[in-house]
Unconditional design. Structure first.
Length: 365
């Protein structure tokens, strides 16, 4: 207990913080620079404001990039911090005084846990807002659109593009088995985003290549109305595209995700990717602790004159392996081959299990 509030504890904590935030800043700068270059290529044909658009997109993407970089900043930050403490004989002195490697790593573990907690509780909300803005800009300038179907308190909103027109469809209810919409309102716009028609219908059913709309009223831009019994509205959307096109999980805050999952499950849609994302967020603090313990492995044994470079090389390989495993497990989880809970928690628990086993062996050995 005395160690928890000792000057040594706060010194190690400060040391860990400096290296963690330095590594995170470096990785964020490299990633953002890469994003800026990529956006510059995509906007090279723009006549004006190209650089300003690139800057805005890069800034909007930065929070989500920081979230993805947290495990690697934690891994390299803790590893370099502990190696430096070992090289300066501070870690060796602490261990000679009777402190185990676990107590020496405790400041780094606490830092990682609270950073993970802050990311889940606070930072995820900021990241969801900026990611939404980024997707809006990408749609506006690059015609990217992966979120055809959205949910609000007033029902469902569906967005579809045609060759020279855009339609925004609102429905109070959706039957996902038949892809039938109830109480439909459709706003239609020209390619210049000028309103030219509104369609109100009792029901709409998705057929092969078109919406079949029953009993309704058409209103043009001059507010002239006409009734119809049966109307067809061309579409390129398919039933599977609509079912899979809910808002991306990263555009919803941690606090809003459970309610969103409840809504789409009640509507009969698949919420798997959102459930996985929720558990992935919950596992973040433990994932970061596992990365700290992995970094600690490299500082247990004394380091020779040329040992740092070798250990850094091995650490980079480990980081790539973890990155690869995360992608594989995430892909299996999305493909319904792995339970959603395991797909999110396995990447967090594997580093913790492996590093704990190795540290126990090295400590006792």
């Amino acid at each position: 207990m005395n160690y928890l509030f000792s000057p040594l504890m706060f010194y190690f904590l400060r040391h860990a913080s400096v290296y963690f935030f330095s590594i995170l800043l470096l990785l964020s700068f490299i990633t953002s620079l890469s994003e800026l270059i990529e956006y510059s290529k995509q906007t090279s044909h723009f006549k004006s404001n190209a650089f300003l658009i690139c800057i805005k997109m890069t800034l909007y993407k930065m929070p989500i990039n920081i979230q993805e970089l947290l495990p690697y900043a934690t891994f390299f930050g803790s590893m370099i911090s502990l190696i430096r403490l070992s090289k300066n004989l501070e870690l060796i002195t602490a261990r000679s005084a009777g402190l185990s490697i676990w107590f020496c790593c405790l400041p780094h573990i606490l830092l990682a846990f609270f950073i993970g907690l802050f990311n889940v509780m606070v930072f995820s909300s900021l990241a969801s807002v900026t990611q939404t803005k980024l997707l809006q800009l990408e749609y506006q300038y690059f015609n990217k659109n992966n979120n055809n179907l959205q949910i609000s308190g007033g029902g469902f909103w569906l967005h579809q593009k045609e060759e020279d027109k855009t339609s925004i469809i609102h429905a109070s209810k959706i039957d996902p088995t038949k892809m039938a919409l109830n109480k439909v309102i459709i706003f239609r716009y020209t390619k210049d985003n000028k309103f030219y028609e509104r369609i109100d219908g009792d029901n709409a059913v998705l057929e092969n290549g078109y919406w079949k709309i029953d009993k309704g009223i058409k209103t043009n831009k001059d507010l002239e109305t006409s009734n119809f019994i049966d109307l067809q509205l061309n579409t390129q959307l398919t039933s599977s595209q609509i079912k899979e096109s809910f808002a991306r999980p990263e555009t919803i805050s941690f606090w809003g995700t459970p309610k969103f999952i409840e809504i789409i499950e009640k509507a009969g849609f698949n919420s798997r990717k959102h459930v996985i994302y929720l558990h992935k967020m919950l596992s973040t603090p433990f994932f970061l602790i596992g990365m700290v313990l992995l970094g600690a492995i490299f500082s247990v044994k004394p380091i020779g004159r040329h040992g740092i470079g070798k250990r850094l090389f091995i650490a980079i390989i480990i980081a790539f392996v973890i990155f690869f495993l995360n992608d594989v497990i995430a892909a299996l989880g999305q493909g319904s081959q792995t339970p959603a809970f395991l797909a999110a928690w396995i990447p967090a628990l594997i580093p913790m299990f492996i590093s704990t086993s190795i540290l126990l062996y090295l400590e006792d050995g």
